[in-house]
Design a protein around this ligand. Structure first.
Ligand SMILES: [Zn+2]
Length: 178
């Protein structure tokens, strides 16, 4: 599918070329409810093997995941593109995140290392890319930055993308629901 931009008397709308569905507000924030690893676990074992809250997840008591927000700036638009993604972190780091969960001073913590565990659409294989997480104020998930050298996702996070490219990415994500 493709999204085309149309100016109407009700303002700008985004229209799907395959089915004509119209979006008055372009969705720019996407999320995954589970780290990709979760889906490798058979359905009937998930309850026993997975412990999960909205933004923290432990699998088999030895794989530690947390959720963060990965932003790709859009250079010629007033909003940016966001993906709420999962990353694995070490056990010690995971415990620290839990301890600091309600602590406003956590914004002073040093950024910490992890591996991306969510496929970011249109960026090829993004599983296990190196990332750093930066703590935000309480009630906000950390900011995630890709640090993997020479990866297009790192490049786009740093340089930003055009609105045209964002439309292509959004169309790709939405094509799942068509
Ligand atoms: Zn459509």
């Amino acid at each position: 599918m493709k999204l085309i931009v149309r100016e109407t008397d009700k303002g700008i709308i985004y229209e799907c070329t395959c089915c004509g569905k119209q979006y008055h507000h372009l969705p720019l924030c996407f999320g995954n409810e589970f780290p990709d690893y979760y889906f490798t676990i058979p359905h009937d074992e998930r309850e026993a093997r997975v412990e999960k809250t909205e933004s923290l997840c432990v699998i088999d008591k030895q794989h530690f995941f947390h959720r963060g927000r990965l932003t790709i700036p859009i250079i010629d638009h007033q909003e940016d593109l966001h993906f709420n993604v999962w990353a694995t972190i070490g056990e010690e780091n995971f415990r620290k995140r839990n301890e600091l969960w309600r602590n406003p001073a956590r914004v002073n913590e040093a950024p910490y290392f992890g591996w991306l565990q969510t496929s970011v659409p249109t960026y090829g294989d993004t599983i296990n890319l190196k990332i750093i997480a930066i703590e935000n104020e309480v009630d906000c998930i950390p900011t995630m930055k890709v640090t993997e050298a020479n990866h297009p996702l790192k490049f786009d996070q740093e340089a930003g993308i055009t609105f045209h490219k964002a439309l292509e990415i959004v169309a790709f994500v939405l094509s799942d629901s068509h």
